[in-house]
Write a protein that binds this ligand. Structure first.
Ligand code: NAD
Length: 478
């Protein structure tokens, strides 16, 4: 279904994110017939280009970053016709009048801030002072949204001077993933799971986001944030909220975000015995984290594991284990709901004890698996085994599977539709920092040193120990 006609301005339209994600994503929506015939995309950046050069840059980006069967030259040509370029200086006066001239009346206006956060306030201010954005305009802002509570508050305040909260779309691309939305469909569209979704039946929950890449060329930049700020405060917290929140009364932006906010506010502080930070070691051919970071004494973590508790009636007593890191064994993201054992085994202890597990994969191969217990086939008596009830979205959706691979395109279309459900609200972001800040301060104050871990392993031994201590174990990273 096509969205309403729009003018979308991408500040930073020549940058890495625009080339890798935003523009190829828009091209795919164009191919899918979702873009009205007169919709326009305007690249706005500091670099000197004319529209032809910008179109060439986008053509190259689509060829490089789009999937093979969507690169039809005819289609690309038609898509490029929709593109314009304007050179603007976010901190000066160049280009703003020209941009105003280009914007049409009576269409949806959206402004994507794909630039460093230090420019968010400048751009927001100029969009208003040059009379470019009206009351229905939308702005989209990228991560990182601050590096602590104070800076996030300042960013929120800078944007709030010029835009209402209903106009601000803070992107967390994890929320655009098909599986993440499916998590809500599974929880709130079935009667099967929700009655069991609490501490009476759930032993614990694990959320893992593992990457195989190191910090490589971005080392110095990464070293200023670390896994907690880069991944936990935003992506893992969002996943935690969706898995733990109460059912909202409606699937509408504020109803959903109110429930997520309550989860964040109910998170208990985490003491240092429940946090393990790590740094990857060198291999025979690859540098260590500290070498990548360019600081032999860096104390920034490239891995973190945490044990979190949510203080409310539903979850009291059920730990949530979060873990994320670089240079781990496999590139995988999943949420696993580990149910308790059946209260009594009628088959006797020799048949074995088996607990149900619902695992929700975000990557690779988005899908869901429910581990159930059945009788081992054959004449060997009543012995129990686990079998997976497996659903891969790619298989379930057949040829449409290609459509589900990118979160950005879905989120951008939601901006045009004016649907904020999958975007973070300002108070959510601040609440997440309010929980994160004391943890970071506490390890900084203690002079905590990250534990070394072997590259391409499951992370530091201490992270495994954290669960062993209480008779639990991490799921294998594979
Ligand atoms: P980049 O450095 O590749 O691109 C920056 C863009 O901003 C360029 O188009 C540049 O011309 C423009 N720009 C810089 N200064 C300007 C000014 N004064 N006036 C106008 N335009 C100016 O950066 P990027 O990697 O594309 O990242 C953009 C934003 O997206 C950042 O906030 C980043 O944290 C975020 N982000 C990037 C990625 C990624 O994969 N690259 C992922 C998540 C979030």
């Amino acid at each position: 279904i096509p969205v309403d006609d729009f003018d979308l301005v991408i500040f930073g339209g020549t940058g890495d994110l625009a080339r890798r994600k935003i523009l190829p994503g828009l091209y795919r929506r164009f191919c899918a017939g979702q873009m009205p015939e007169t919709a326009r995309i305007i690249g706005a950046a500091r670099s000197e280009h004319d529209t032809e050069e910008f179109r060439q840059l986008v053509r190259d980006a689509i060829r490089e970053f789009s999937t093979k069967n969507t690169c039809d030259e005819g289609q690309i040509g038609a898509f490029l016709e929709r593109l314009d370029y304007v050179q603007v200086d976010a901190r000066g006066s160049d280009g703003w009048d020209a941009l105003k001239e280009m914007m049409r009346d009576g269409v949806v206006k959206a402004y994507y801030f794909s630039v460093a956060p230090s420019l968010f306030g400048d751009i927001a201010e100029r969009l208003q002072s040059y009379g470019i954005a009206d009351e229905s305009a939308r702005i989209v802002v990228e991560k990182p949204f601050g590096r602590d509570l104070d800076s996030a508050k300042k960013l929120n305040a800078d944007l709030a001077k010029h835009f209402d909260e209903t106009q601000i779309y803070r992107i967390d691309h994890y929320l655009g993933k098909e599986t993440v939305q499916n998590l809500m469909a599974v929880r709130f569209g079935n009667i099967l799971f929700e009655p069991l979704w609490n501490s009476q039946y759930v032993d614990h929950i694990q959320i893992t986001v593992a990457e195989t890449v190191g910090v490589g060329g971005r080392g110095e930049y990464y070293d200023r944030s670390g896994a907690m700020r880069d991944m936990v405060q935003n992506h893992l917290m969002q996943l935690l909220c969706l898995i733990a929140m109460e059912p909202p009364s409606r699937f509408d932006p504020d109803a959903v975000r109110d429930e997520k906010l309550k989860v964040i506010r109910a998170l208990e502080p985490v003491d240092h015995h429940s946090i393990v930070r790590g740094q990857y070691e060198a291999t025979a051919t690859e540098p260590s984290y500290r070498e990548d970071a360019g600081d032999p004494r860096s104390t920034t973590e490239s891995f973190i594991a945490l044990r979190c508790m949510i203080s409310n009636w539903r979850w009291a007593g059920t730990p949530f284990f979060l873990r994320t890191g670089k240079k781990l064994k496999a590139r995988t993201s999943e949420i696993a709901v580990m149910f308790k054992d059946a209260p009594h085994s009628i088959f006797g202890e020799e048949a074995g004890r088996h607990a149900n597990v619902l695992s929700i994969r975000l990557q690779p191969n988005e899908g869901m698996t429910l581990k159930v217990t059945i009788k081992e086939p054959g004449p060997g008596g009543m012995r129990l085994v686990d079998v997976p009830l497996d659903m891969s979205f790619a298989e379930a959706l057949g040829d449409d599977a290609e459509e589900i691979t990118d979160a950005y395109e879905r989120l951008i279309m939601d901006v045009i539709r004016g649907n904020q459900t999958l975007f973070m609200r300002g108070d959510e972001v601040e609440a997440a920092w309010a929980w994160t800040d004391p943890l970071i301060e506490s390890w900084e104050k203690r002079g905590d040193m990250p534990k070394a871990y072997e590259a391409y392993s499951s992370g530091p031994e201490e992270a495994a120990m954290m669960l062993h201590r209480e008779g639990r174990r991490w799921r294998e990273i594979k």
